[in-house]
Ligand binder design. Structure first.
Ligand code: COA
Length: 371
């Protein structure tokens, strides 16, 4: 029998700096009341200049590894889902892999916008089910504040920075990820985009002058799309697991807008109390929103072993999807195996790797001067 993919570790990291609606009202023509009425958001966290997608990702990942009590060197794969990577390449996942000391892991980035975390959980669970991996780290991390036009009131009120991470591990015990639904519709690609900086429209003076390195969005159309797909994907994923909506204990939706979550709840005829909602404190952290909300659900005692939980999200692409899992909690070995001291060794190892690479380069150039 193929192994089951359980979520055994979870962690989150958000920047300390908080930007409230009142702060935004001093920057653009808006009000706290308008933002709260239309989105449910009160405040969001914004990365400091020293922070980046990778630093937030590493912090969330270290927490997740501690909860799972797993050594980074036991990871087989690191997947970073992000729409705000450190660079187009190298993958942010490789920077995270190095900073964690996940010395035996493959690492890659995944881009499916705000739905990315659900896509990443699907890939991780399939890799575990197929037997090709045992321990996988999945991270959703964003610093969308770096791509936000702080003069555009249509978009700057929505987004926040943060990261969340899961450890998925193989086990013969039934449970974990039971079903997933992944969907896309590229005919709506123009509704939410970051137009320039890719191969289609490389960076130029013109793209900078035209604000094309910022998020562009048709809010009304995205809203209409989101309200349609949230309930649809939830029904599909529950059906795929041979369960009924009544069997679902908690729904953790992508935190974009309280009105979208509310509309999904009404369409599913499920009370809003069965949804985890924290959009008021974080805004839309894109692919990080579901793992961050999961960490808070656990802290609030809303996740117990055996509970059926649905993750459901939507985003640019257009993409949408859902995952249904039976919550299990950590497989705790007898003694702690992920001590803090590990982190110092990881930094030394990375430094030594760079040093050795430079020395090898010097020797190589002295031997083969023309090359
Ligand atoms: N403050 C005050 N007024 C604002 C404003 C703001 N921050 N942003 C827009 N407005 C104005 C508009 O200019 C418009 O004025 P007009 O009628 O004079 O043209 C009016 O408010 C209504 O705009 P509209 O776009 O219809 O508002 P809305 O009710 O659709 O709410 C969003 C706007 C963006 C909050 C809403 O469309 C939304 O949440 N969409 C989904 C976005 C999303 O989730 N994106 C991420 C997906 S992962």
């Amino acid at each position: 029998m193929s192994p089951f993919a359980h979520i055994t570790g979870w962690g989150m990291s958000v920047p300390e700096k908080v930007l409230t609606n009142e702060d935004l009202a001093k920057m653009v023509d808006t009000t706290d009341q308008w933002i709260r009425d239309r989105t449910g958001i009160r405040e969001r966290h914004i990365a400091s200049p020293e922070q980046s997608t990778a630093t937030l990702a590493v912090e969330a990942a270290q927490q997740a590894l501690e909860v799972a009590n797993l050594k980074p060197s036991e990871l087989d794969l690191v997947i970073v889902s992000t729409s705000s990577p450190e660079h187009i390449f190298p993958p942010t996942a490789c920077l995270v892999q190095d900073q964690l000391g996940a010395v035996k892991a493959g690492a890659f980035d995944l881009l499916a916008a705000c739905t990315g975390f659900i896509y990443a959980v699907n890939i991780a669970s399939q890799a575990i089910r197929s037997g090709s991996a045992k321990n996988i780290l999945v991270i959703g991390a964003e610093t969308l504040s770096r791509f936000t036009n702080w003069q555009d009131r249509n978009t700057c009120i929505l987004f926040g920075d943060g990261a969340g991470a899961f450890v998925l591990q193989a086990s013969e015990t039934p449970g974990g990820v039971l079903s997933t639904v992944l969907r896309s519709d590229g005919s709506g690609a123009d509704l939410l985009s970051l137009p320039a900086g890719g191969s289609f429209m490389p960076a130029s003076h013109e793209t900078v002058n035209n604000d094309q390195h910022f998020i562009h969005m048709n809010g009304r159309e995205v809203f209409r799309f989101a309200t349609r797909v949230m309930s649809q994907a939830t029904r599909e994923v529950v059906e795929a697991a041979n369960l009924k909506l009544d069997d679902v204990n908690l729904i953790i939706p992508h935190q974009a807008n309280l009105r979208i979550i509310d509309s999904a709840a009404r369409s599913l005829e499920i009370p809003l109390e069965r949804f985890l909602v924290n959009v008021e404190r974080y805004g839309n952290t894109s692919t990080a929103s579901i793992p961050i909300a999961t960490c808070e659900a656990f802290q609030q005692g809303r996740l117990k072993p055996g509970d059926n939980v649905v993750f459901v999200g939507f985003g640019a692409g257009l993409t949408w999807g859902a995952a249904l899992l039976q919550w299990s909690g950590p497989f705790l070995p007898e003694k702690p195996i992920y001590p803090f001291s590990y982190r110092l060794w990881v930094r030394i190892r990375s430094f030594l790797n760079r040093l050795v690479r430079s020395l090898e380069g010097l020797i190589w150039r002295s031997r083969y001067p023309g090359i």
